[in-house]
Write a protein of this length. Structure first.
Length: 324
C-alpha cells in the first residue's frame, strides 16, 4: 500500500512561505553586512593592502556556493562536499566576528548574525532535496525514530537491507519484511529447527534479499514423453482452401448464365462509360476473370442490339431453319 502524498500548498501557505523566504534572505544579508567591519578590521591587522576584499570575498562566496548546491540538487547531481563549503566559510566569518567582540554577549551577537544565512540555506537545500528526491524516486525515506527506539536490532537490519538493495520506499521495505518473516516461518516449518542448514542455497539467498515469497511455488511436473507423436496435419491445397472458405461463408458457386443474368439486371441503367469489369465484379460479386467476360458479353449485347445466349444452349429454331 503506497503512502499518501503530501497535498500541495494552498495560496495562503504559498504566500506565507514567500514572505518567510524574503525575511530569511534579508536577515542573512544583514548578518553578512554586520560582519563586514569585524572581518575588515581583522584583515587590516593581518596586513591586507585592501582590507575590504576579505569580507566581500567570503560573504559573496557563501551565497554563491549555496546556490551552486541547490542547482546540483535540482539537476540530480548533488555533491556532498559542496554543502559544507558555506558552513566552513561561515564558521570563519563567525570566528572573526567573535574575536572582534569585547565581552561574552558581544561575541555571541557578532557570531550569531553570519550563522543565520547558513541555517536558512540549509533549510532551503533540504526542501529542494526532498522534492527532487520524491520526483525522481531516488530519495530514501527515513525510518521512524520510535521504531529505532523500540526494536533497534531488527530496525538496523531493515535499514541495512534498504540501503543495500536500494529500496527507497519505507512502506515497500515493511511489506518486504513481512513477506520475509512469513517465508522464514514457512522454511522453519518445512525443514525444522535446523532449517538454515537444510534450506537450499538459492532459497537462503532469496530470503536474505527479501525476495522469497511466503508460499513456495511447486514445480510443475513434466509430462511423460510420447513414443509415437501424432503426425502434423497436412496443409490443404489452394482449391480445398477456396472450397472451405466458400462453405464457411455460405456462398454457392454460380454458373456463367446466372452471372450474366444478374449482370444484365444490375447494369440495365448503366451507361457505356460506367460498364467496366470492376463495376461488374463489385455489383455481381464474382471473380475478376468472370467480370471481364461479363463485361465483354454485355458490351457485345449492346453493340448487336440483341441478347446473347450461352454457348451450350441448344436453339431449336436454328436447327429448323438449317433443315429448311
Amino acid at each position: 500500500m503506497a503512502r499518501p502524498t503530501v497535498p500541495p500548498l494552498t495560496k495562503p501557505e504559498m504566500g506565507l512561505a514567500g514572505v518567510g523566504a524574503l525575511a530569511a534572505a534579508a536577515v542573512g544579508a544583514l548578518g553578512l553586512i554586520a560582519s563586514f567591519d569585524a572581518v575588515s578590521a581583522a584583515a587590516a591587522r593581518w596586513g591586507f593592502g585592501e582590507p575590504w576584499m576579505l569580507p566581500v570575498g567570503i560573504d559573496v562566496a557563501i551565497p554563491v556556493f549555496t546556490v551552486a548546491n541547490l542547482l546540483l540538487i535540482r539537476m540530480d547531481m548533488a555533491l556532498a562536499w559542496v554543502r559544507f563549503v558555506p558552513w566552513v566559510l561561515t564558521l570563519i566569518t563567525c570566528g572573526l566576528n567573535v574575536a572582534a567582540g569585547h565581552d561574552v554577549w558581544a561575541k555571541v551577537a557578532h557570531g550569531t548574525m553570519p550563522l543565520l544565512w547558513v541555517v536558512f540555506s540549509e533549510i532551503g537545500a533540504h526542501i529542494y532535496a526532498v522534492r527532487i528526491g520524491a520526483a525522481t524516486g531516488r530519495r530514501m525515506e527515513k525510518i521512524r525514530f520510535s521504531r529505532w527506539l523500540l526494536a533497534f536490532p531488527s530496525t538496523f537490519a531493515l535499514w541495512r537491507r534498504m540501503t543495500l538493495w536500494e529500496v527507497t520506499s519505507y512502506t515497500e521495505a515493511l511489506a518486504r519484511e513481512k513477506e520475509r518473516q512469513l517465508a522464514r516461518a514457512d522454511l522453519r516449518e518445512r525443514y525444522g529447527r535446523k532449517w538454515r542448514t537444510k534450506t537450499p542455497r538459492r532459497e537462503r539467498v532469496m530470503l536474505r534479499m527479501g525476495d522469497l515469497a511466503p508460499a513456495t511455488e511447486q514445480d510443475t511436473p513434466a509430462l511423460p514423453p510420447v513414443e509415437n507423436p501424432p503426425a502434423p496435419p497436412t496443409q490443404p491445397t489452394p482449391r480445398l482452401r477456396r472450397q472451405a472458405k466458400s462453405k464457411a461463408k455460405g456462398t454457392v458457386q454460380r454458373s456463367f448464365e446466372e452471372l450474366l443474368t444478374a449482370a444484365r439486371t444490375v447494369s440495365a441503367t448503366w451507361t457505356d462509360a460506367e460498364l467496366n469489369a470492376e463495376a461488374v465484379r463489385t455489383a455481381v460479386h464474382c471473380s475478376a476473370a468472370n467480370a471481364r467476360k461479363l463485361r465483354d458479353a454485355l458490351k457485345a449485347e449492346r453493340a448487336g442490339g440483341r441478347p446473347l445466349h450461352a454457348v451450350d444452349t441448344v436453339i431449336g429454331d436454328s436447327g429448323e431453319g438449317a433443315a429448311a
